[in-house]
Design a protein around this ligand. Sequence first.
Ligand code: ZN
Length: 316
Amino acid sequence: MMDLLDALFISKENFPKGPEAVAARLGVEVCFKPLAGCAGWCIQNNNIIRITINNTMPSVRQRFTLAHELAHLLLGSKSEVRSDAEYFGSNHSEEKAADRVAAEMLLPKEEIQRIAGAPPVDAATIRKLAKKANVSPVMVACRITELAQPLGLVNAAVVSFKGDKIAWIWSKALTVPSEKARTLLRRTREASGGTFHLSSGAGETIFASAIDSPIQTCLFIQVLPVSTDNAQGRGQILIELGKWLFEGNASFRGQVNGCLSSFKATAGNEDIDNALRLFNEKYIGRWTGATGDRMRDPRGQKYLRLRLEEWTRRGR
Ligand SMILES: [Zn+2]
């Protein structure tokens, strides 16, 4: 069996026909025919591998089925007959892994980085990428979510709705409570152009847009970092976060300032992520109870990050 990295390399070289090229290289027989209530399957028999795909489904869906079945072969995991017309919806870890590899074959990281530009990635760019790669816009949003940090986003999530209910959420680290997701979706519907911005408490901007397909409605959430280009905005954010963190407790503020000063030389040799991690390891245990909770809260962490960025290697 082909190595996973080789398969991803072949996909990248043959974009937008990555999965087709991998199938050819593997000698997989691909058949297209109408199937009742199922997207496709894979059968292995005496060195013959055959993937059957339901050709009554949209072409982007058929390509996803091919990539998903190939991913099972590459990962050595068991293929199953999928009865639903959706993807990215499974809670099963082997299915999630296969979906992830399938998406990588269909949309190589380099193509996304080349076309996406500076975040947030708007709806027109998502449609353009989807058309070029011959995949659904939802798939593009899921891939951007996977690549959030390399693309310059703090975080991202795709939330799929069935009617008023959430069918699935695709995100590495962002938690989206159902009520919040419903509110965001409603606001994208009301906003002109189907997108809107919202400031979060930690100074970050949330960019929400609706992505519709014939089979589902999706909400795409991108969390943008605090703009460090804007020194005035940054200073204002630090003041706000400081007010929240210290609540006028001067001795607490003095302790934090003391620790930050002692840490200045160390921070100068680190990038911001390492500096924050090392600072936490070294000092955060000093605060317990309510002050400890505030230091560990995302807003406390954002305050520390902004302070440390003054001194770190790639801070600004
Ligand atoms: Zn599967």
